[in-house]
Ligand binder design. Structure first.
Ligand code: PBG
Length: 313
């Protein structure tokens, strides 16, 4: 009877699994703060994508972990950049017929300073050059689409990037590629383990000048409105569990398809409790995902995607 009257459902096809692609061959390097999550060389990432496809997962979200970084983050738009190579290899594999390939677009994994945009330093102070960064982010987006991304997902939080990316994709003849905008992304302590996985911890300062203040829900609605006006096709909310109210409000207000990202810190804190035997893993995992769906997310990016798909099978 419970099954008949259940209001919210979880299914593997609405889950997205993040992949961290690194240099080398046969590399599977576990992220210490994220048990079960690995930096994967391109060949291993293909195997992982195939495993995701076999589990019925809806998509993978690709992040690059390059060996070389510079001030501008030029690896982000290099034709043979690490994420571009990962995309090409997965696109050419059997996994591509059922998995949607989503490319995260940002500079932080590629810049030597670890910020998401271009940095100008002035003694002890620094600032991010918003407009110049947007040009580079748009260039990276076009390059990732060219390499095989089905969806472009900008996570940098510069102002005006959605319009610039739309323009760059259209100019490259890729009117068919949708933009999944990280529309409301908060400056969060819960990204800590990701920064270990992607090697993208800022070398100085923090991301509070471009990511949102955790206190602001009205501002989040304005950020979303702006991204929609610039041409976003789908929205991504992030983090998820500490921001269920924001997801809920956005769901009531906007009709666009909307996902939420259960981020690295959310995964790490649950895993830590599982390791200590303090929470029942499967129940807690599924309940956490269900709460995000109940708040209003259509789909969820989560490091639990494979585990959850297995549990739901
Ligand atoms: C890149 C980016 C981050 C995450 C997704 N894209 C890190 C950050 O903004 O510092 C975080 C994802 C996670 O914590 O799982 N800007």
């Amino acid at each position: 009877m419970r099954s008949l009257v259940r209001e919210t459902h979880l299914r593997p096809g609405a889950l997205i699994y993040p992949l961290f692609i690194c240099e080398g061959e046969g590399v599977r390097r576990e992220v210490s703060s994220m048990p079960g999550v690995f930096n994967l060389s391109v060949d291993e990432a293909v195997k992982e994508a195939e495993a995701c496809a076999a589990l019925g997962i809806g998509g993978v979200l690709l992040f690059g972990v390059p060996d070389d970084k510079d001030e501008q983050g030029s690896g982000a738009w290099a034709a043979d950049g690490i994420t571009q190579r990962g995309l090409r290899a997965i696109k050419a594999s059997a996994a591509a017929s059922s998995l949607v390939l989503i490319a995260d677009v940002c500079l932080c994994e590629y810049t030597s300073h670890g910020h998401c945009g271009l940095v100008v330093r002035d003694g002890d102070h620094f600032h991010i050059e918003n407009d110049a960064s947007v040009g580079l982010i748009a260039k990276a987006a076009a390059s990732l689409a060219e390499a095989g991304a089905d969806i472009i997902a900008p996570s940098d939080m510069m102002d005006g990037r959605v319009a610039a990316i739309r323009h760059a994709l259209d100019a490259a003849g890729r009117q068919d590629i949708p933009i999944l905008s990280y529309a409301a992304k908060f400056a969060s302590a819960f990204y800590g383990p990701f920064r270990e996985a992607a090697g993208s911890t800022p070398q100085f300062g923090d991301r509070r000048t471009y990511q949102m203040d955790a206190a602001n829900i009205r501002e989040a609605m304005r950020e979303i409105e702006q991204d929609i006006a610039e041409g976003a096709d789908m929205l991504l909310m992030k983090p998820a569990m500490p921001y269920l109210d924001v997801i809920h409000k956005a769901r009531q207000r906007f009709d666009l398809p909307m996902g939420a990202y259960q981020v690295s810190g959310e995964y790490a804190m649950l895993q830590a409790a599982f390791q200590r035997g303090w929470l029942e893993p499967e129940r807690a995992m599924l309940e956490s995902l269900l709460s995000i769906r109940r708040a209003g997310a259509d789909f969820i990016a989560t490091y639990f995607a494979k585990e959850a798909a297995r549990a739901l099978a």
